[in-house]
Design a protein. Sequence first.
Lengths: 207, 205
Amino acid sequence: MPIKPNVRPGAVDWTGENPGMLLKTDPEGDWSVLMLFFRIVWSPVGPGNILLLYENPMTAAGMPDCCNVIMTDNDALRDYIKSGFIEKLATFGGAPAYAAASHLPIDNVVSAGDPCGDFYSETVTGGGLEIKLVWESLGKPTALELPPELTAAGERIMYSLLVNAKSAFVEVNGRRLAGKPVTRNQAGLSLSTAFLYFSETWIYPDA
Amino acid sequence: MQRTPVNPGTVEWSGENPGIYLKADPQADYSVVALFFRIVLSPHGRGVGAVILGAPDSASGYPDAPNLCLTDNRPMMEYLIENFASKFPTFVGKAGVSAMSWFDVTDSQQDNRNMPQTYSETLTAGDLQVQMTWKDLQPPMAIEVGPDASATKQHDMYAVFLEARDAHITINGMALPGQVVDRQFFGRTMSTAFLALSETWVNPA
């Protein structure tokens, strides 16, 4: 039996959705685009949306030089996720773009497509930007329950529903950013660096 | 406890599935059983819906009895009711399930801005409006159950539950009668109103 009845005694950190893309123009080179989107339905500082997008991860610059942005409709949630989550992900928190990224508001988020269909997208608008995130060539949904040592952040247990995407791209005001997903490994699964994560919950380890 | 990081089963659906079960008489059966669904992934697509049985044992639909289903995706809702909700202990054998009236949702509004004080879902279908409101939400807890303990007795289920110490349902502004009561939920005493967020159901391998 894959799971046993359990009420986790550890506190819930946050729960929601957390899709992302890590793209490269050269499979052997640095990341060309890094993106994480959060649709959080519960956290200690309320629900909300956050978009972290680095058009140039290796560049310590924000708007208008390049689209390195952190957008949100809940500033307290943005700060909570930055310090408690993003800064524990070396790829995102350690990138030169992180500290320089422009903080912008989110006015609206619209989902489209079907994660069991051909494509799924999120369109985030705010701060004069319309950013479209598109995942394609979607895989079979898979339920994950990862112990801390199998997570990127390394401190908490994660429940999540993974939908792998072999293809993905980002458009900023209609301009497509460069790069494609590459392969990665998670919990023994050979996956792409473009992914949808639904119903994702981060839980502090059992006391 | 030994855990399997990758569940080998087939994912059925995922989303939110809060509920409200009310009693007009604490010693009698539930006078109201109601579930809300916000589905982000299913074999029949995405959507929202609610099953409201304000007269669970009555084989009548709305407006003769306050038994109704509202949704913006009927195939999804039929799938959820046939394979899941109708198997939940609070819904099993209830005449209202097959007799309830169906309505196509024209607007849906979620208000989660005032948690933990209140949380509400409002569905509109033409001139019909149903609002479900949860109040006094308690800290979340993450749960996982296998078939022996899940509500359908067939599936694995992961979810985040928040107990609501009070809740009510209105149909066109009129509240259905009854109050939440206490029940045992995985060894804890909890109210019969709850949010169930980030919920995923898996058909075991």
